[in-house]
Design a protein around this ligand. Structure first.
Ligand SMILES: CC(C)(COP(=O)(O)OP(=O)(O)OC[C@H]1O[C@@H](n2cnc3c(N)ncnc32)[C@H](O)[C@@H]1OP(=O)(O)O)[C@@H](O)C(=O)NCCC(=O)NCCSC(=O)CCCCCCCCCCCCCCC(=O)O
Ligand SMILES: Cc1cc2nc3c(=O)[nH]c(=O)nc-3n(C[C@H](O)[C@H](O)[C@H](O)COP(=O)(O)OP(=O)(O)OC[C@H]3O[C@@H](n4cnc5c(N)ncnc54)[C@H](O)[C@@H]3O)c2cc1C
Length: 558
């Protein structure tokens, strides 16, 4: 959970080689990387820039006379900063640098760069490398810094699957300007399942503990109740159980789309890139944010013991919340999706609705109202409505400012809060739709019934959560919202008997969870005492600090 020094080797270094190195290059490098004869990381972010990749300062200047690239970090803000596994573990890196050929700045490109000697592991001449120090979490990963002092690498270390520099300096452009960003798109495609998994771990702990913990009464005179029987506890936990499933289903779809993209790109078809970039930008942002909220609620649902490290939830939170920042800061990524949504609105306004992709086609179709009692399909129409409403509102605001003479960037900035709201609603619609489709495909009728309950819980919770949008233009009435509330409470109670099975079905072992509260055998109290007794402070009855500090203070006559 705390991370692994080789995580980035598997998650980004190898995938970057697969997606961006040519077959010939990969004959040399990929097998060695897969066998872990070399260990790599993905070095892109710098001390001064992470979000705005066009302003990366590390340069790779082509020297035609030696057929080498010269890597250089001209100032302190150009140092690579943050890459996982860079500090101490990696001897190679995929380095993203601004490529300069014949004095022309050609933008960020990826290079395979050796950082350390393969035998001694010492850093090579011209390389400055080290660890950036402790972080909120993820402390088993050595996130690092890296500087280059006119460090030379062969021309053939530019990853050349999609773009090339010939020996004479002729540049062959890639089929899509952003194709070098594929390693990021890959991780973003995987993040929904990864985050769903973090959320699932926290929920397993909280739900199991909530059946062990007894506190207070629902009916007087009875035995104290399991805290999971309180409606508030169910409301805190069960919608997140539904989300953990929903995120996993959505993630399966984006992983499949990424694999499809890789194949298509190899045949020169880059049409899926814009769609997948927009989709994964929104999904990573919504999923990481909601996961962090869900984990924090799970911690609070464990009361005081949730705050102890024995719960292990704080560690899960620390790791998961990193996802709000890495692979693109969430606001920045929501705004990437917003670009796509605004373009879609512009297409509709230009009478080109027919050209819209399937995920945004709903933006062109107005619905007057819904009958929620007819079921989940009507909820989908309601989600479409609020997303369409907000997307049009935000787009119109931006376009109006533009028309009034504001510069594009200024108009964009002045509309950006509204735009991010549209992106979130669009993404939540996508999550609900993939959840619905995935449940429909389940063959086992008993499993399908339980998952359908979760789906119903999800759509009612979500609609209530975005109710202000639906009330704003009178699309939903307050009596319809009362119906949604009643449905929500109905499904909380219906799910209660299956709650433990739902979390157990994720099959986390005690070793994985590392939680005293979430133990499969439920022996929480004995083990909390044993855990406390094992605290380093309890190794001796009297601590050395008693003689050193406490006694002088207590004996002081002052
Ligand atoms: C996108 C940016 C914000 C802007 O980029 P640019 O400045 O280059 O863009 P422009 O403004 O010039 O143009 C915008 C234009 O380009 C399109 N675009 C942008 N990106 C893409 C893309 N990727 N694909 C397609 N198109 C793209 C965009 O749509 C616009 O098009 P239009 O003009 O037509 O509108 C960019 O700067 C950016 O991406 N910034 C964010 C930087 C970032 O994400 N950095 C990440 C660094 S690496 C990192 O953080 C690694 C962290 C890893 C942590 C470890 C995690 C471990 C656990 C992970 C769990 C995953 C599990 C995986 C498991 C497994 O392996 O199986
Ligand atoms: C745990 C962890 C692991 C990481 N691993 C790696 C790795 O392996 N390799 C690697 O290269 N990097 C890695 N990173 C770096 C990470 O990708 C960046 O930190 C991330 O992309 C955010 O960029 P930034 O730090 O420049 O944030 P900033 O862009 O400085 O963000 C600061 C604030 O500015 C806002 N902001 C910035 N630009 C805009 C804009 N255009 N519009 C509106 N608001 C904006 C943001 O929303 C945010 O609120 C890692 C980071 C973390 C935390």
């Amino acid at each position: 959970m705390e991370g692994h020094p080789l995580a980035l080797h598997d998650v980004m270094f190898i995938p970057a080689l697969v997606a961006q190195a040519s077959d010939e290059q990969n004959k040399k490098w990929l097998r060695r990387a897969q066998r872990r004869e070399i260990v790599g990381c993905y070095a892109q972010t710098e001390l001064g820039h992470g979000s705005n990749l066009r302003k990366l300062e590390t340069t790779a200047t082509y020297d035609v006379s030696t057929q080498e690239f010269v890597l250089h970090t001209p100032q302190i803000t150009s140092l690579k900063w943050w890459p996982g596994g860079l500090g101490k573990s990696s001897n190679y890196a995929v380095v993203v640098a601004n490529m300069i050929v014949k004095e022309k700045h050609l933008g960020p490109h990826s290079f395979l760069v050796q950082l350390r000697d393969e035998i001694t592991h010492q850093s090579l001449k011209g390389i400055t490398v080290g660890d950036i120090g402790p972080k909120l979490s993820f402390n088993a990963i050595d996130n690092g810094f890296l500087g280059f002092d006119n460090y030379r690498i062969p021309r053939t270390n530019l990853l050349m699957r999609h773009s090339r520099v010939e020996p004479d300096g002729t540049y062959v452009k890639p089929p899509h300007a952003k194709i070098n960003y594929s390693a990021m798109v890959r991780v973003r495609s995987h993040m929904a399942t990864g985050q769903g998994n973090f959320l699932a771990q926290a929920l397993t702990i909280a739900v199991r503990y909530s059946t062990v913990r007894r506190q207070g009464f629902i009916e007087s005179g009875e035995q104290e109740v399991k805290v999971l029987d309180y409606q508030t506890q169910q409301h805190r936990l069960f919608p997140s159980i539904a989300k953990a499933y929903a995120f996993t289903f959505a993630g399966y779809e984006t992983i499949r789309l990424y694999e499809q993209l890789l194949k298509e790109v190899d045949t020169g078809n880059v049409s899926l890139m814009a769609d997948l970039h927009a989709l994964t930008s929104g999904l990573k942002s919504v999923v990481t944010h909601q996961t962090a909220q869900g984990i924090e609620q799970a911690r609070m649902a464990c009361g005081g013991h949730g705050y102890s490290q024995a719960s292990y939830i704080s560690e899960i939170f620390g790791v998961a919340v990193g996802g709000c920042t890495y692979e693109g800061e969430n606001m920045v990524m929501l705004l990437q999706l917003a670009r796509y949504l605004v373009k879609s609105v512009e297409q509709i306004k230009a009478g080109e609705s027919g050209k819209l992709g399937p995920l945004v086609a709903y933006l062109a179709v107005k619905v007057d109202g819904v009958d929620l009692e007819k079921g989940v399909e009507e909820y989908m129409k309601a989600f479409q409505h609020v997303s369409r409403l907000q997307t049009w509102k935000a787009s119109e605001k931006f376009l109006k400012l533009l028309k009034s003479g504001e510069k594009r960037e200024v108009a964009w900035n002045k509309s950006s809060v509204e735009l991010t709201r549209a992106s979130r609603l669009h993404t939540r619609l996508y999550i609900a739709e993939t959840f619905k489709r995935s449940v429909q495909e389940v063959a086992d009728p008993r499993l399908k019934e339980v998952l359908t309950d979760l789906l119903h819980l999800h759509v009612n919770y979500e609609l209530l959560d975005m109710a202000t949008y639906a009330l704003e233009d009178g699309f939903l009435s307050s009596s319809q919202l009362d119906y949604v509330r009643d449905q929500l409470y109905f499904y909380l109670a219906k799910i209660r008997p299956n709650a433990v099975s739902l979390v157990d079905s994720w099959e986390f072992s005690d070793m994985q969870l590392r939680s005293v509260l979430g133990r499969r055998d439920g022996n929480v109290y004995e083990n909390l005492v044993a855990w406390a007794k094992a605290s380093p402070l309890n190794k001796t009855d009297v601590l050395p600090s008693v003689e050193k500090y406490l006694k002088p203070m207590m004996n002081s006559k002052l």
